[in-house]
Design a protein around this ligand. Structure first.
Ligand code: EPU
Length: 435
């Protein structure tokens, strides 16, 4: 297991480029399952990440040929008979659930391992299951697998509202199931995240007929078949926001390139409130961190609200702000595993129900800390960059699932991060992947 040793206290300066979005690329890859044999889906700007490779392996098991050349993936269906997404793959990457909709929609049957809970909370899939069932599939759980069958799905009205709003991958699943269904499907309370919008745009380019993209209400007119196409994956707004937090916390001056600012309104507003100077260009944002950040009240919310996937990175900033911040988690009430790690570095904060109350300190100090999921790990890197002395971040395999060579890219703008291979003293933890 590798770890990072971060020598903190260096201001980040220069420019850094954001890669394609992991959470946009993963369901787009699963959309290849909808293709006729020998049709090819070409995805450009696909990040080279653990989760993307895992999705590639899963699709290969499902009869898809996957070829990568640099940032371009070519996906083509060689065999359209396999229907099993096995436990040993889905347990390491929750996005494996995105194969459920296209498998049952195109192949009439899906056996997808139940992804279970994970480090950021319970994460049920009841809305996915309800949505697929509303389109006429028979759905049951069998020995840990969600088994869905339907000769051909039929259009219907699907409501995707749950206790915490809509569902991102649930909307992707129902959308991919509905595009080949007979008749018209209305998805009420669809997720509006840019990753879902882009999936819908891609499906339309493949021949689907989806209306209302970007709204709460998607109308899908089923078609007989889809064709291949070429598509460029949008920039990763979470990676962009992580780099912005790194600039903010180190009083840095960073030009973050390949950014869609319209996907990041809430994040940019938060940076302004914290006292950062921003210059928003057509595809870039320059962030200048102040000498001392101002505290904020932060609520994570579904898009266009502040993303839960940037909560830990911005909490790291709050730890050093000049006053008391309140960070309320409205998507995953238990997503605070980074807080005790920040406290090991000298932060002052405590959790109260689904919020953390952080009293900013002047200085954090390096300490050994542990990443328990992908974004918690990103938050620890942000904190480590600002801390005095050396921070050792353990279990960075979580980070590698979502950030491509993050240490190299941050070192190029002034960070001092070393990757150290650590002899496994213990077996890798067998928790479910988060992403
Ligand atoms: N929920 C239900 N029932 C469901 C589905 C979701 O109650 O059937 C609840 C969840 O427990 C949560 C809320 O609804 O409280 C939202 O969950 P959602 O389904 O939207 O999350 P997801 O689709 O499983 C994606 C991202 C996550 C990101 C969330 C929220 C991918 C592959 N994953 O997960 O990304 O946190 O949306 O924006 O797109 C990450 O990249 O680190 C990551 C965890």
């Amino acid at each position: 297991m590798d770890k990072f040793i971060i020598h903190g206290g260096h201001r980040l300066r220069g420019s850094i480029r954001v890669n394609g979005s992991k959470n946009a690329a993963l369901p787009m890859m699963a959309a290849a399952l909808l293709l006729e044999r020998d049709e090819v889906l070409v995805l450009r700007n696909v990040p080279d990440l653990g989760d993307v490779r895992t999705m590639g392996t899963l699709l290969e098991r499902l009869g898809v040929r996957v070829e990568r050349e640099r940032a371009t993936l070519k996906l083509a269906v060689a065999d359209d008979t396999p229907v099993q997404a096995p436990y040993e793959i889905v347990k390491t990457m929750r996005a494996g659930i995105c194969t459920l909709g296209p498998l049952v929609g195109r192949r009439g049957e899906a056996h997808v391992s139940h992804p279970g809970g994970c480090a950021i909370g319970v994460r049920p899939v009841d809305l996915h299951v309800r949505g697929i069932a509303m389109l006429g599939a028979r759905v049951k759980t069998d020995h840990g697998y969600i088994v869905a069958t339907a000769k051909r799905l039929r259009g219907g009205t699907v409501y995707l509202g749950g206790a915490f709003g809509s569902t991102v991958t649930g909307t992707a699943n129902v959308l991919m199931a509905a595009v080949l269904a007979r008749g018209t499907t209305v998805i009420e309370y669809a997720a509006q995240e840019p990753e879902v919008q882009e999936l819908a745009n891609l499906l339309n380019a493949m021949g689907a007929r989806i209306e209302g993209i970007g709204s709460y209400r998607l109308v899908v007119h089923g078609v007989e078949r889809l064709r291949g196409t070429r598509w460029t994956v949008i920039p990763d707004r979470i990676e962009a926001g992580t780099f912005m937090a790194c600039a903010a916390v180190t009083a840095g001056d960073l030009l973050v390139e390949n950014v869609r600012a319209e996907h990041m309104t809430a994040v940019l507003e938060t940076l302004r409130e914290m006292g950062c100077g921003l210059e928003v260009g057509s595809f870039s944002v320059r962030v200048r961190g102040p000498r001392r950040l101002r505290p904020v009240d932060l609520n994570t919310l579904p898009f266009p609200g502040f993303p839960t996937d940037l909560q830990s990175q911005f909490m790291a900033c709050c730890c050093l702000a000049d006053g008391i911040s309140v960070v309320t988690e409205k998507i995953y009430p238990e997503r605070f595993s980074h807080l005790p790690e920040f406290c090991r570095m000298g932060a002052r904060g405590r959790k109260y129900e689904s919020a953390a109350i952080i009293s900013g300190v002047r200085e954090l100090h390096g300490a050994p800390v542990m990443a328990s999921d992908l974004r918690a790990g990103a938050g620890l890197v942000v904190a480590g960059l600002a801390a005095r002395g050396y921070t050792e971040v353990q279990r960075i395999y979580h980070l590698d699932r979502g950030y491509d060579h993050v240490e190299r890219r941050l070192n190029a703008v002034g960070a001092k991060i070393r990757r150290v291979a650590e002899k496994a003293k213990e077996a890798p933890v067998r928790e479910t992947g988060t992403g």
